[in-house]
Design a protein around this ligand. Structure first.
Ligand code: TMP
Length: 213
């Protein structure tokens, strides 16, 4: 099974991914987390180039190709072999991030983004995607609380993030069977429970049989 997590920065993906991993491992599944961009030696090097605060001159076209190059590598080197071995793969971002950030955030052509995504993934896309909804205001609040050392993309302005959110909302409507929107402003445990409910609902497993997947 291949699951991805999506949402704007500071939406709580990492916390939720770790909770889901723990849950699935407790019921006997082998789980691997892949962070995007990253997950292989080559993809981590590409990540450094992409997120480097000094690379302000990076043009949008370079950005989409680098994210996609990192993805092409992790899909073929890591994700496909893990899925073939029966592992549950949880991706901390995948191709929907490219649609939302580069397509809607940067304003690159939807047609180009779709083709580049298809080429990079080679058809390997998640079975299920959890989209953690968060407002720009809440993201900014969390950013200020944790006083994070922001990377090149996290330094983007509110207009950029509003466009990214509009992108996520659009693709959530377009692919309702795969992309499940969740209120990311609830407490971590409430979000986790929502994720488990959707997981079991999607897998068509009655709640009294929880723990069997
Ligand atoms: P992270 O902070 O969740 O590790 O993601 C790194 C940043 O890269 C985040 O700001 C979102 C951005 N990103 C894109 O713009 N496009 C993509 O395709 C991916 C995977 C991430």
């Amino acid at each position: 099974m291949f699951i991805s997590f999506e949402g704007i920065d500071f939406c709580g993906k990492t916390t939720q991914i770790n909770l889901l991993k723990k849950y699935l491992e407790n019921i006997g599944r082998r789980v691997e987390i892949i962070r995007e961009p990253g997950g292989t030696a080559i993809s981590e090097k590409i990540r450094e180039i992409l997120l480097n605060k000094k690379h302000l001159e990076m043009c949008d076209e370079t950005e989409i190709f680098l994210f996609s190059a990192a993805r092409a590598q992790v899909v073929r080197e890591v994700i496909r072999p893990l899925i073939a071995r029966g592992c549950v793969v949880i991706a901390d971002r995948f191709h929907d991030s490219t649609t939302a950030y580069q397509g809607f955030g940067r304003g690159l052509s939807a047609d180009a983004v779709k083709k580049i995504n298809e080429f990079a993934t080679g058809g390997t896309i998640p079975d299920l995607t959890f989209y953690l909804r968060l407002s720009v205001e809440e993201s900014t609040k969390r950013k200020n609380v944790c006083k994070a050392d922001l990377d090149r993309i996290e330094k983007s302005d509110d207009v950029f993030y509003s466009n990214v959110i509009a992108g996520y909302e659009k693709i959530a409507l377009e692919f309702p069977n795969r992309i499940k929107g969740i209120d990311g402003e609830k407490s971590a445990i409430e979000v986790h429970n929502d994720i488990l409910s959707i997981l079991y609902e999607t897998m068509n497993i009655a709640s009294d049989r929880r723990g069997v997947i």
